[in-house]
Every structure is written in structure tokens, then in C-alpha cells.
Design a protein around this ligand. Structure first.
Ligand SMILES: C[S@@+](CC[C@H](N)C(=O)[O-])C[C@H]1O[C@@H](n2cnc3c(N)ncnc32)[C@H](O)[C@@H]1O
Length: 288
């Protein structure tokens, strides 16, 4: 299986390795030492590198979690304005006090982006459907998009670009009996609250119902291929023998760019090596 590639930016492995030297210190200063459920070293570095090279004036972040990625955007782009979105803002541990950061619990599609600067960038780490996210970004006029949840064909709970390129559809692995009960309770709760309290208003996201399944569809590929100018998967820092799911990292199921470093650097970049499996083919997309 091949990696879909389109007009990759001119980012050499040497320039990536140089930035890695700077990033070691930045990562050691991160406010959340255990960011389980959020980005770890490989994606933090990829995000940092791309942000630094694109240097946008305005960044939208969709999916804050504890706030590690918000912190990284501020740290990397000291002059950028940032709109940080999460449908659940209560999980934040790092909360910025900067005037440049605005928080919102509204979904990306519910904002007004009619006056964004030309070099704005949107970062999606919200486990939503990437097909829809890319269309929405295009509609709003975002030229630069970074997607964290770029799961390979066999795994993940999100309809990723990688899945679209390989026409695999999505068979959401989370869908089990427990999730079904949770989804039913959520809908029942919503329905009953509306019945009891006429002023009650809430929105349920498809993702939270564990029903994101998508059938393979060639048109999804054709539609996004038309609007993509550049597609670039950031390479892993180290490539381990096994993937994070415990199977062998084969090119058949996990086509991947060559790693930035070989394993002889594992003592120099200890944390990067320790967290090497937290890699999901984070990608940069430039839209037409
Ligand atoms: C993987 S975490 C984000 C991790 C974070 N970027 C980091 O690196 O630490 C995913 C987050 O997406 C949020 N989320 C889910 N649906 C969302 C939506 N429609 N819009 C924005 N955020 C959403 C979840 O509440 C969760 O906090």
C-alpha cells in the first residue's frame, strides 16, 4: 500500500533534525507531564515543526483536552491569535491567561470565520470525521489544515484522511455493548430532560454515540483530492518494530515515511523514544 502524496513541502530531514534539538527543551517545559489521551512527543514535535514553518497569524484548535496543545501553539507562535475549541472545557488543566487565546465550547462549524487572515491555520484533534472537517475548512477559506487523528485503515475511531485515501471506510471499533448502552442512555437523558424542562437545550454529537461508521466511498476520495493542494504526513521520530496496537509495523497496513532518527539515538532523545508509539500519521494539508 502506498502513501498518498501531493506536492510535499520542502522540509528536509536535516532541517527537521535541527528543530528536534530545540524542541527537546520545549517539551521538557510542557505543563502537563502525563498527557494520556492527548498528544505526546511525536505529534507535539510534528505540530511544533509545522506551526513554526507555516507561521500563521491565526490558529483554530479543535480539541483541547487538558490544554497541552494550546500551550504549544502559544509557545511556538508568540504573536498569533488562537481560538481554542472543545465541547467539554472542563478537562482543561492548563488554561491560558493570554489575551491572544479565546476559548469556546461551540463546534468549529458554529463560528464566524468570514474575516480570517489569509494564512490562518486550523488544527483538528477532536476525533471528528476528517472528510467533513476538510470540507468545512475549505468552505470557511482555511488554507492550512493539520489533522492529528490520521488513523490507518485497521484502527481508530475516526474517519481519517488515510482511510479515505485507501477507500477503507470506517468500522468504528469502539462499538460494543457498553458503548451502545451509553449511547442509549445519552439519547434517553436528552429526550427526558427536554420533556421535563422546556428550557433545556443541548446538542448530541454523532461521535459520542459511537456510530461514526462510514461505508467505503470512492467519491470521498475524488471530492477531497480536488481541493487538496498539498498533503504531507509528518514522519515518525523513531519507528518501533510493533505499532501502538501491538502488531508488526508492516508497509501493507501501515505505510509510513522513513523515521527521522534511527534507534542509535534512543539515549539522546529518551522521551521521544519512550513515547515513539504515540504516532498517528499527523498530517498537514494545504487547501486550494
Ligand atoms: C484527543 S483530545 C485533544 C488532545 C489535545 N489536543 C492535546 O494534545 O492535549 C480530543 C478532545 O476533543 C474534544 N472534542 C470532541 N468533540 C469535539 C468537537 N466537536 N469539537 C471540539 N472538540 C471536541 C474532546 O472533548 C477532547 O477533549
Amino acid at each position: 500500500m502506498n502513501i498518498y502524496k501531493k506536492n510535499p513541502p520542502n522540509w528536509s530531514y536535516d532541517s527537521i533534525r535541527t528543530e528536534l534539538l530545540y524542541f527537546e527543551k520545549i517539551y521538557s517545559e510542557r505543563p502537563i507531564k502525563d498527557n494520556q489521551g492527548g498528544m505526546k512527543y511525536p505529534h507535539m514535535f510534528a505540530f511544533y515543526f509545522i506551526l513554526k514553518n507555516i507561521n500563521p497569524e491565526f490558529v483554530v484548535e479543535s480539541g483541547i483536552w487538558k490544554g497541552q496543545s494550546t500551550w504549544l501553539i502559544e509557545k511556538t507562535l508568540p504573536n498569533a491569535n488562537i481560538l481554542s475549541l472543545d465541547i467539554n472545557l472542563k478537562k482543561r488543566e492548563y488554561i491560558s491567561s493570554s489575551k491572544r487565546v479565546t476559548y469556546s465550547n461551540k463546534d468549529f462549524i458554529n463560528h464566524d470565520f468570514s474575516k480570517i487572515p489569509i494564512n490562518s491555520l486550523v488544527f483538528f484533534d477532536d476525533h471528528q470525521n476528517s472528510y467533513e472537517r476538510l470540507m468545512q475548512s475549505y468552505f470557511f477559506g482555511f488554507k492550512n489544515v493539520i489533522i492529528d487523528d490520521n488513523y490507518p485503515i485497521l484502527h481508530g475511531d475516526t474517519y481519517s484522511l488515510k482511510k479515505i485515501f485507501h477507500r477503507s471506510g470506517l468500522n468504528d471499533e469502539r462499538t460494543g455493548f457498553k458503548n451502545l448502552i451509553k449511547a442509549l442512555i445519552m439519547i434517553l437523558n436528552h429526550y427526558l430532560k427536554k420533556k421535563i424542562d422546556k428550557s433545556y437545550k443541548n446538542e448530541i454529537f454523532k461521535y459520542n454515540l459511537s456510530v461514526q461508521d462510514i461505508l467505503p466511498n470512492e467519491n470521498h476520495f475524488k471530492n477531497i483530492d480536488k481541493i487538496i493542494e498539498t498533503y504531507y504526513e509528518f514522519p515518525p521520530i523513531f519507528k518501533t518494530i510493533e505499532t501502538r496496537w501491538g502488531d508488526n509495523w508492516t508497509e501493507e497496513f501501515y505505510p509510513t515515511e522513513k523515521p527521522i532518527l534511527d534507534n542509535s539515538y534512543k539515549d539522546k532523545y529518551k522521551k521521544a523514544f519512550e513515547e515513539a508509539k504515540d504516532y498517528n500519521w499527523l498530517c498537514y494539508v494545504k487547501l486550494k
